[in-house]
Design a protein around this ligand. Structure first.
Ligand code: PGA
Ligand code: MG
Length: 223
């Protein structure tokens, strides 16, 4: 019997260009246990991925700020405070780095994401003045409340689904996956992962991106 999964998206189910690896469609729809998508992306992204994979919508978005399980959504974090950081950052000469439509933040409800091109030192300075933190996922800087984490989101998912987080296997690639790695039974960092994720993982994989993730999923199916 395969274990339940909690999977990061960017850097874990994608290629180096951030494109979804089509092999997710070969393995996830038929996974014979719950699959939780846990991402820093705004809520619509993992919801639509579940939709198009034909999976139940069990989702941790915005680094734990938004959790959907069993048809109910819960929120953690402070979007207004994050917006105040963004506004102050811009008024001090920073740029968020997105176009006018800003589909990165448009549906974001509990935090703000800023392009990696932005002035990191200034962003961190402003965020700490508002008692918020900045995490670097390798895809964006996220301005978020302390204590809002994917791992906390997974604990909430597990309470609702009557699972133990220790039953789960996790795969991820960055700082925002470390909290997940701490609560699950077995955790893997893909080879392209950052140092924080590699340090937190039980095992660092030899292969990168979906090659690494697939190696875990295939070995779980065989065991
Ligand atoms: O959106 C990001 O910055 C990272 O997203 P991820 O958590 O799915 O890797
Ligand atoms: Mg990632």
């Amino acid at each position: 019997m395969v274990p339940p999964l909690v999977l990061d998206i960017d850097g874990t189910l994608t290629d180096a260009q951030g494109r979804l690896d089509p092999r997710v469609f070969e393995v996830l729809p038929s996974w014979d246990a719950p699959v939780v998508l846990a991402t820093g992306k705004a809520f619509p992204y993992p919801v639509s991925l579940c939709h198009y994979l034909g999976l139940p919508q069990t989702v941790i978005a915005e680094n734990g700020g938004v959790v959907l399980v069993d048809g109910e959504v819960t929120f953690a974090g402070n979007r207004e405070a994050a917006q105040a950081v963004a506004d102050e950052f811009v008024s001090r000469g920073g740029t968020l780095g997105w176009d006018a439509a800003d589909t990165v933040n448009r549906w974001r409800e509990t935090e703000i994401a800023v392009s990696l091109d932005a002035d990191e030192a200034l962003l961190r300075d402003v965020a700490s003045a508002f008692d918020l933190e900045v995490i670097d996922t390798g895809f964006a800087y996220h301005v978020k409340s302390h204590g809002v984490e994917k791992g906390v989101g997974l604990e909430h998912v597990c309470e609702t689904m009557d699972y133990d987080p220790a039953d789960f296997v996790a795969v991820g690639d960055s700082e925002n996956d470390a909290s997940t790695f701490r609560v699950v039974g077995q955790s893997y960092a893909v080879a392209n992962a950052d140092d924080v994720a590699k340090e937190a993982a039980d095992e660092v994989l030899e292969q990168s991106y979906m090659d690494g993730t697939l190696s875990v999923l295939e070995s779980l199916q065989k065991s």
